[in-house]
Design a protein around this ligand. Structure first.
Ligand SMILES: NC(=O)c1ccc[n+]([C@@H]2O[C@H](COP(=O)([O-])OP(=O)(O)OC[C@H]3O[C@@H](n4cnc5c(N)ncnc54)[C@H](OP(=O)(O)O)[C@@H]3O)[C@@H](O)[C@H]2O)c1
Ligand SMILES: N[C@@H](CCO)C(=O)O
Length: 356
């Protein structure tokens, strides 16, 4: 039996669903795959819950009652003392700072699986040094859920690139949350702010929804895909249509934004009122590999078009590649949500486990 030891950072929408899915799948993975998944440490931003084995469905309550405040060093010492092998750190945070800790984790023997996109969207210098560190320590880094949640986008593009297929363009509705927001807004007679709140409650948006509305989340996804395809680009080079008014942006608090989100309504109502009967608003990202451009914007689409007909929180990715000619390969489906994202993380963990 191959024993995999997972340390989870982040127990929010995605992290908590992940623990539930891992516990549910534990027995069948043991039997069918010969893999035993152990979760000896579960941590949020302030507390960590240490339990050697046999984690229980009551883990969330246990984290609250038995969890202790911690530093990363405490976790590193603990796993060393226990003599754990096959260590995987799962980053289910949205933290800008946590990714600096990847270097310590790798040095301590961890492989990394990340839902968090930050590590792949910092500077090219950071991107390169992380990969160098992984190589030096012979560690793996899996991050399929960085783009399209559980949809197989990163892997598809990486395989194309590796096999010398020339990808010329990727165009899509990259954001599951903005897909939900604009699909619903164009169909229902509700205020934009109300639908934005619903998307947050359903776990589709980023913890700070301005990361979605500002175009930053989609821009990150474009950069991640561009880099998979060998483009050397920086985040600052992306052309982004920011939908957050300056007075509610990152300079002001999230609380202030939430209290004043109704102020967004006139702008979006005006957009909606200017649509033709057969049109809808869609939020798209476009990566033109040939020209080396990355762009995030709102567009008007015909209701009957592929993007216009999207429903719920579905994303759609059109991948134009030489062998496919004028007709793109299309990958479409739920592009956000805790369950599909956590499932994508489980799949990354299993693919990584196969390599160990
Ligand atoms: N939702 C989706 O559909 C989706 C899809 C693909 C990827 N993702 C990515 O998944 C990640 C998690 O999203 P989410 O919706 O689950 O976020 P969330 O509900 O806000 O949860 C974030 C969790 O991370 C913890 N955290 C923050 N900083 C930390 C640190 N330094 N060390 C340890 N834990 C820390 C938070 O702890 P506290 O509770 O103590 O604050 C919280 O438990 C994000 O990066 C997001 O982009 C999400
Ligand atoms: N906020 C993101 C979550 C998935 O990364 C989205 O809507 O696509």
């Amino acid at each position: 039996m191959k024993k995999i030891n997972i340390v989870l950072f982040g127990t929010g929408n995605v992290g908590s669903k992940l623990v539930d899915q891992l516990l549910e799948a534990r027995e069948s993975l043991r039997q069918k795959e010969g893999v035993e998944l152990n979760l000896p440490v579960i941590a949020n931003s302030t507390r960590a819950y240490f339990q050697k084995e046999n984690q229980q469905p009551s883990w969330e309550a246990d984290l609250n009652t038995l969890g202790v405040s911690y530093k990363l060093e405490d976790i590193l010492e603990y796993v060393k003392k226990q003599g754990y092998e096959n260590l995987i750190a799962v980053d289910a945070t949205a933290s800008e700072e946590f990714v600096d800790k990847y270097f310590h984790l790798i040095e301590a023997g961890f492989h990394i699986v990340a839902a968090n996109k930050v590590a792949n969207t910092r500077s090219s210098k950071f991107y390169g040094s992380l990969r160098q560190k992984l190589q030096e320590h012979n560690r793996f880094f899996f991050y399929e859920t960085n783009v399209g949640a559980g949809l197989p986008i990163v892997e598809t593009l990486r395989n194309f690139h590796r096999s010398n297929e020339r990808v010329t363009r990727v165009r899509g509705v990259f954001s599951g949350s903005l897909s939900y927001i604009f699909n619903t807004y164009c169909e229902e007679d509700k205020a934009f702010s109300e639908i934005l709140a619903e998307a947050g409650e359903k776990g589709f948006t980023e913890p700070d929804p301005r990361v979605d509305l500002s175009g930053k989340d989609v821009a990150r996804k474009l950069l991640i895909l561009g880099r998979e395809l060998g483009l050397e680009k920086e985040f600052e080079e992306i052309t982004i249509q920011d939908l957050v008014p300056a007075h509610l942006n990152g300079e002001s608090s999230l609380k202030n934004f939430q209290e004043k989100k109704e102020e967004l309504n006139p702008f979006f109502l005006n957009l909606k009122q200017n649509l033709e009967q057969d049109e809808v608003i869609r939020h798209v990202g476009e990566l033109d590999v040939t020209r080396g451009t990355l762009e995030v914007k709102l567009v008007k689409e015909k209701k009957a078009s592929a993007f216009g007909a999207l429903k719920h929180a579905d994303s759609s990715f059109e991948i134009y590649a030489e062998s496919y000619g004028e007709r793109p390969l299309v990958i479409q489906g739920a592009g956000a949500g805790a369950a599909v994202t956590a499932r994508g993380v489980v799949s990354d963990i299993l693919q990584l486990a196969e390599k160990l």
